[in-house]
Design a protein around this ligand. Sequence first.
Ligand SMILES: Nc1ncnc2c1ncn2[C@@H]1O[C@H](COP(=O)(O)OP(=O)(O)OP(=O)(O)O)[C@@H](O)[C@H]1O
Length: 416
Amino acid sequence: MATNTAPPPPELLDLDNLRAIKLLGKGAMGTVFLVHHKSNDPFARSPFALKVVEKSSLRHTDRRARHEISVLSRLHKHPFLPYLIGSFENHEIICWAIPFCPGGDLNVLRYSQNDRVFSPAVIRFYLAEIVCALEHLHGQGIVYRDLKPENILVQQSGHVTLTDFDLSRNLAPRKPDNLEYYSSPEEKSLANLRYTHLTGKFTRFIISKAGKRAFNNNKIGLKKVKSARVSPVSRSNPDDFPSNERSYSFVGTEEYVAPEIIRGDGHEFSVDWWALGVLSYEMLYGTTPFKGKNRKETFQKILLGRPEFFGKPNLLTDLIRKLLEKDATRRLGYRGGACEIKEHEFFRGLKWNLLTEVVRPPFLPLRDETSLTHELVQRESGIDFIEYFHKLKLPPPPLWSPSLDECQHNVSLTEF
Ligand SMILES: Nc1ncnc2c1ncn2[C@@H]1O[C@H](COP(=O)(O)OP(=O)(O)OP(=O)(O)O)[C@@H](O)[C@H]1O
């Protein structure tokens, strides 16, 4: 799927020459603008998205931003992944430009459907593209760790793009003839140290009576969580273990987080296949499979609960069941990676190499945003980017339209 040509070096953005046309969104880490080059592209015919992260006293925000930039710089124009157009850093901000996706995200799109679910044919299309994107990431040694509908954007063409790589991690590729994972003693002791903080908070609620019973009677080799601690620091430096086979960080998004992340067993690429199972379930039924009343209950369900399926079993429910296997080593995709998932019967007959050629994906953005952007620029409704950014330090403008407010948003676990 990826092109073989090396990407051109990302340009150093000239902020004085950029103009913010509108605010695209705001996440926990950054603010995303639609911008254009004032001199090279005065009519904003090729606008792009600019993610701006304010530097703060918390050093890890800067690190996460730089990590995201470094991951993006490694993604060579894959059809379902963004690439780095350019970046800039000064004493106040770190920002980087990526291609603009005018179709919103899969969460908003799902909420716009009747019954707030997608048909199996639509699910098949989106899953196929996401599998290709994850395959490419895993091939680069990147585990994504934040797959959720909000992070799947729709391009003008109707094809998808994964976004938001600040939770991703570099892992050493799996050794094919050594499928069992053993971490080095050094890594384990370092991970234990890092856990000390986070697990303290986490285990206090996860080790409830039911949890204790499960941990004691575990059938799939659950490691007992030490009465310990778990550290938010784990998220702060994605490169602490540059060539690990596993990561011990506690990251992800509550309803999407894999059991092995909660258990603290160490995790690797198959956490993305678990999240793919959760995503498939949500697209099919309009709700995630392990949603509880609160975080504690959600995590207990992830560890102990079985996903409930409605109606007759079919190829899609079979795929979901195999992705939602709690034992990572038995999960679809663990041994054979993306190939194993592509070979599932649900995708039978799909021409993987022709996915990008699909000219009528299930949904196309209603209006060509480029012409809308052009109009905004003509009316001079754009604001100078630097000025706009400084104004953000004042009380922020409303970020979401009423229709967006209706949507539930899955928020990444940034800190524990
Ligand atoms: N390339 C893009 N094209 C269009 N909109 C985008 C693009 N990138 C991001 N957005 C919008 O900006 C919002 C925030 O972006 P993003 O999720 O990358 O920020 P974040 O701070 O990393 O978020 P998080 O809270 O998940 O860590 C997204 O939900 C999306 O609506």
